[in-house]
Ligand binder design. Structure first.
Ligand SMILES: [Zn+2]
Length: 276
């Protein structure tokens, strides 16, 4: 079971060209050798299609206040031009118009949810400034994708504790934890057991940076088979995405589990409670 012909990707980043180039440069300064350097959204989407991806989650994030709305409009426009895209917008904790922007994204633009990057946006997931977004998502049964783990840097904003405080406030919130919460995978999984709508994605996990053995990966997938969503993290990769996908397939013995990780769990996460 080393290949798969048609699947979903639950974690992809597309950005407007200038921002994509700036992000490439940032990672390069951090010492990364990017495999998909200088490739823009349409080109990257083409690669995913050739690889067998029919539906995908597209994530953006605003690293400064005042830029979210333009980024969300760009994302919406891109989504209008292509089929099978589930859009996850952004707000910044210091945005003055957050409440209205959350409403616009969820109701007018019909986004599947929001992405929050605790590390880059320098905000804990339980920060009270984010209440309008958390409330808006939970009320409509949409999804929140969070990068709350301590990679690629630990800082005061990340870790499982703020996540656990967030869930205590919004127990019905539908959340996807990026990168399995690395490097506190066990801690994030322990918190998730108390909440019915918490998922995890595999983005970056098979990379040589994380050194997670295939055996350990298999254990995790089997421990929470209904909560794991395959995600490539394209284009922030140092290896071809096929290499990552193959490593995940190697950790899966059971075809039923493969079906859940590559298709069904994402479908459940993307479905808003209201269209059930
Ligand atoms: Zn990512």
């Amino acid at each position: 079971m080393k290949s798969i012909h048609q699947y979903h990707d639950g974690h992809v980043h597309f950005f407007p060209p200038q921002l994509k180039t700036a992000i490439d440069h940032w990672f390069e300064r951090e010492g990364w050798v990017l495999y998909y350097r200088d490739q823009q959204a349409s080109e990257l989407l083409e690669l995913l299609r050739k690889d067998g991806v029919d539906q995908l989650a597209v994530l953006v994030y605003a690293h400064k206040p005042g830029m979210a709305s333009e980024l969300n409009s760009w994302l919406h426009q891109f989504g209008q031009q292509h089929a099978g895209l589930h859009l996850f917008g952004t707000v910044h904790p210091d945005d003055v118009n957050m409440e209205e922007e959350v409403r616009r994204c969820l109701d007018d633009l019909n986004f599947t949810g929001f992405k929050l990057h605790a590390n880059v946006q320098r905000v804990s997931v339980d920060d009270e400034r984010l209440e309008p977004m958390m409330r808006g998502i939970q009320e409509r049964g949409r999804g929140l994708i969070i990068h709350a783990g301590r990679e690629p840097h630990a800082n005061a904003f990340v870790g499982w504790r703020p996540f656990s405080r967030l869930m205590a406030r919004y127990p019905q919130l539908k959340v996807q934890i990026a990168h399995l919460g690395h490097d506190e995978i066990a801690e994030f999984i322990a918190v998730s057991h108390d909440y019915p709508h918490v998922y995890f994605d595999t983005a970056m996990i098979p990379s040589s940076r994380f050194l997670l053995s295939t055996e350990r990966l298999g254990e995790i997938l089997n421990e929470i088979p209904n909560r794991i969503i395959y995600g490539s993290d394209l284009p922030i990769l140092e290896e071809p995405m096929a290499y990552h996908r193959t490593r995940i397939l190697q950790a899966i013995e059971d075809p039923g589990l493969r079906d859940k990780v590559f298709l069904r769990n994402a479908e459940r996460f993307w479905r808003s409670e209201t269209d059930a």
